[in-house]
Design a binder for this molecule. Structure first.
Ligand code: 2NL
Length: 346
């Protein structure tokens, strides 16, 4: 009896090792531990055993059953783990898959320069204004002290859509519109970027379409020293903290007095080089005190308010900063050029 039980246990354990599925495991349990299984059979055989041996044999049989049940439990959890791992492996999503990379562009050098100029003036309390590229002759010329047949109109010959409608020759009409919109001599500071047009033959330094940024400050007691101080601060943020500027007299029909602003050559620092034509200075913008007639036409009282204005060519500034020798490079979208500017910080 004892040997029989040992042999039974060994056989049952050996068989358990070959079980590979949960169904087979269940079948194993029925076969060895079930009500009509082999162990039950053994237990039934106990009645044949000598009464003195019966308790020991009964104990033995119970121990065998405990060990088999324990082994069964271990096998089952092993197989449940294995099945779960298999299922999870099949359901797994590989979150380590590389993200699809997207080609990220960079600001066009002209856009970058506009943004830099805007940022600086926004820091001075300016707001950014925009307006239409197709303009009325009135806002583009008349309101800026350029009546019909004024000789200065010749400098800004442009594309007319009709006798009264044209492609703007500067962003000044946006400023004229702002003067008209703001009432009661209220002060304001605006910066106006945008595309403008002139009837011109394209070459390395001329384009029939180009980009301007103009500024206008209006308020009580605005003086030429305010203009110079603000443009000096601008030049220092734009070109370097030790920048120096100078004003030279000039002429614009909408400012009086008018001036050109030069900065110390950003390459030689003023000692003289090819870029500054050995003058040590580079012209970057035109400016002046707003003509009283322009204020008047904008609904301002020149006895109460004065103002200054300035305008710069973005292409000129960009050509200077990045040593681009031909303005047409900015317009043809040659990737070889544009990629050289991909490192410009946004
Ligand atoms: C240049 C010079 C300038 C202005 C633009 C302006 C606008 C108003 C009134 C007075 Cl509404 N002035 N604009 C003034 C002086 C110069 O631009 O060479 N730009 C490329």
């Amino acid at each position: 009896m004892e040997e029989k039980m040992e042999a039974f246990e060994a056989r049952a354990l050996e068989s358990l090792q070959t079980v590979e599925t949960l169904e087979a495991l269940d079948a194993w349990r029925v076969m060895y531990l079930g009500k009509k299984g082999e162990l039950a059979n053994v237990l039934r055989g106990l009645s044949q055993v000598d009464a003195t041996q019966r308790p020991r044999m009964g104990q033995l049989a119970n121990d065998v059953r405990d060990r088999l049940e324990h082994a069964f439990g271990e096998r089952r959890s092993l197989m449940e783990d294995a099945e779960r791992e298999k299922r999870e492996a099949a359901e797994a999503i590989d979150v380590t898959l590389d993200a699809r990379t997207r080609a990220i562009g960079a600001p066009h050098p002209l856009q970058f320069v506009i943004q830099k100029i805007e940022d600086i003036f926004v820091g001075f309390g300016f707001t950014v204004e925009e307006g239409p590229e197709v303009e009325l002759d009135y806002y583009n010329f008349e309101a800026l002290n350029l009546p019909k047949d004024h000789p200065a109109r010749d400098m800004q010959d442009t594309f007319y859509l009709s006798p009264d409608v044209l492609l703007r020759t500067h962003t000044s009409p946006v400023q004229a519109r702002t003067l008209l919109r703001v009432e009661n001599n209220q002060p304001f500071r605006i910066i106006v970027p945008g595309r403008v047009y002139r009837r011109d033959d394209d070459d390395a330094t001329h384009s029939h379409a180009f980009t301007q940024v103009e500024g206008l400050v209006v308020g009580a007691g605005i003086r030429m020293s305010d203009l110079k101080g603000m443009l000096l601060s601008f030049a220092r943020e734009m070109f370097g903290a030790d920048q120096d500027v100078r004003l030279r007299p000039s002429y614009f029909p909408f400012t009086e007095p008018s001036a050109e602003l030069d900065v110390r050559c950003i390459y030689c620092g003023g000692s003289g080089c090819g870029t500054c034509k050995h003058t040590g200075w580079i012209e970057i913008l035109g400016c002046g005190m707003v003509h009283p007639r322009v204020l008047e036409m904008g609904g301002y009282d020149p006895q109460v308010c004065t103002g200054f204005a300035f305008g710069m060519g973005v292409e000129r500034v960009a050509m200077l900063m990045y040593q681009v020798e031909d303005v047409r490079h900015f317009y043809v979208n040659d990737l070889r050029l544009l990629r050289q500017f991909s490192g410009l910080a946004r």
